[in-house]
Design a protein around this ligand. Structure first.
Ligand code: HEM
Length: 428
């Protein structure tokens, strides 16, 4: 067995330079990857995960050794927050929760969801003022929150938006990487009020639906009829609102930013939408014809995967190729590094949707939604949501860059910071 490669002093210096220049830790990881290969260890005090990249490593983590690589680590903020949400459970408990929730995210629910998604998008778009620059990051988050709660919880979130906006952002900050990564028990005051606000909302929602059963087959009804306790239902609702809206917000913010920076690509996507939909609202049966838009979405997910890596813990000693991964080690599979590897993606940092025109691809080199039995439960939902919202925006507006730069920020998701600002021109 070989020793897992560690960065030398000179590699670490280069990584630090890249980090300072590009203002993102991902730049440092790219230096480590280029110098050390698909397996390396990050030598932080208190947090020294083994980083894996590339198709073999992704398959190893997501499919071949799924049961020996557990998700849950009780001291992590996301576990403290989500308690027993499907995202943070392992084994039978995970599989049980996933089975209960699957029907609400099944493809056969999507045609109905498309109508609701379009209504939510139109509600927000009717408020866009083309005479002033727009903070698209905020607008898209509002849209994503309306879509998720309307489709899966069967409620209109608009009356709660103002009151719960800060608690949601605060909660996202709580689970974002920070000092707790290297200092797990660091005191973290100032979050309890936000958590209480969200809990009050969820427990009221559950109580109301128990008292007023709905014929809707939405996720909330499914969870209630499956006889879960209020606490367990709260855990799933919070999981879905966090995992299901922040990721879509990141994807759509990046997509709009990239479309504004590449007018030729925007014009091509817009022409396709005009050809397929005219001025009719997006309808489920036409979405599959928006193939170029699909390519734009995939290319955005490749360059800026909202979940840039997955974190696991080895439940037993494992062997990956010539390396031993001892029990208890943190293991990360890097979606970001895999997506930017020139061996699989020529000219990897270029935004080139056409590279997705061909559908033949090595398995596990494009994995924005993870893979294996615990891939993203909301994958089909998110793909349709992105298409509906982008199609609707491009039907109504031309997007122009304001020239304000953004950088990749590792929050709860990989998002454009400080925010995407665009100027808009209304289309006739
Ligand atoms: C662009 C949008 C999205 C992206 C890029 C994304 C990405 C991912 C990835 C990479 C994973 C696997 C993480 C791992 O292996 O540790 C995951 C899991 C998950 N996602 Fe998504 N996601 C998106 C949207 C959604 C939506 C809309 C929902 C809910 C409606 C959702 C709910 C979940 C849940 C519950 C899991 C955990 C699944 C399990 O462990 O069985 N996601 N997502």
């Amino acid at each position: 067995m070989s020793r897992i490669p560690l960065p030398t002093a000179s590699i670490s210096r280069n990584a630090l330079k890249a980090l300072l220049k590009q203002k993102t830790i991902l730049a440092a990881l790219e230096v480590f990857h280029a110098e050390l290969g698909d397996v390396f260890q990050i030598p932080l005090p208190g947090f020294n995960p083994i980083m894996l990249a590339g198709p073999e490593a992704n398959r190893f983590v997501l499919a071949e050794h799924r049961d020996a690589l557990r998700w849950r680590s009780d001291q992590d903020p996301i576990v403290r927050l989500l308690r027993h949400g499907v995202l943070v459970e392992d084994g039978d408990s995970h599989d049980y929760l996933r089975r209960q929730m699957n029907p609400a995210l099944h493809r056969n629910r999507l045609p109905d969801y498309v109508t609701l998604m379009r209504e939510c998008a139109d509600f927000i778009l009717a408020q866009w003022d083309a005479s002033v620059p727009l903070n698209v990051s905020i607008e898209i988050r509002r849209m994503a929150l309306l879509v998720l709660t309307r489709t899966l919880f069967g409620v209109d979130f608009e009356p709660e938006m103002k009151r719960l906006w800060q608690p949601i952002l605060r909660t996202l900050r709580y689970i974002s990487p920070g000092l707790w990564v290297i200092w797990p028990n660091i005191p973290r005051p100032g979050y309890q009020r936000a958590f209480r606000r969200l809990d009050e909302y969820f427990y009221q929602l559950i109580a109301y639906r128990r008292a007023n059963p709905s014929s809707n087959e939405d996720l909330l009804s499914l969870l209630i009829t499956s006889r879960m306790s209020d606490d367990l239902i709260r855990d799933q609702l919070l999981t879905m609102i966090i995992a299901g809206h922040d990721t879509s917000t990141a994807l759509l913010s990046w997509a709009l930013y990239l479309l504004a920076c590449h007018p030729d690509i925007q014009a091509k996507a817009q022409a396709e939408i005009s050809g397929v939909l005219g001025s009719n609202p997006p309808h489920y049966s036409y979405l599959s014809e928006l193939q170029y838009l699909d390519q734009v979405i995939n290319e955005t997910l490749r360059l800026y995967p909202p979940i840039h890596a997955g974190l696991r813990i080895a439940a037993t000693d494992l062997e990956f190729g010539e390396y031993c991964i001892p029990e208890g080690t943190r293991v990360m599979y890097s979606i970001y590094l895999t997506h930017r590897d020139a061996r699989y993606w020529p000219d990897p940092s270029a935004f080139r949707p056409e590279r997705f025109a061909s559908t033949t691809r090595t398995p596990y080199v494009f994995l924005p939604f993870g893979g294996g039995p615990r891939n993203c439960i909301g994958m089909a939902f998110a793909q349709v949501e992105a298409k509906v919202i982008l199609a609707r925006i491009l039907q109504k507006f031309e997007l122009n860059s304001t020239g304000k730069p953004v950088r990749s920020f590792m929050g709860a998701t990989l998002e454009p910071r400080p925010a995407v600002w665009l100027t808009l021109k209304k289309r006739n």
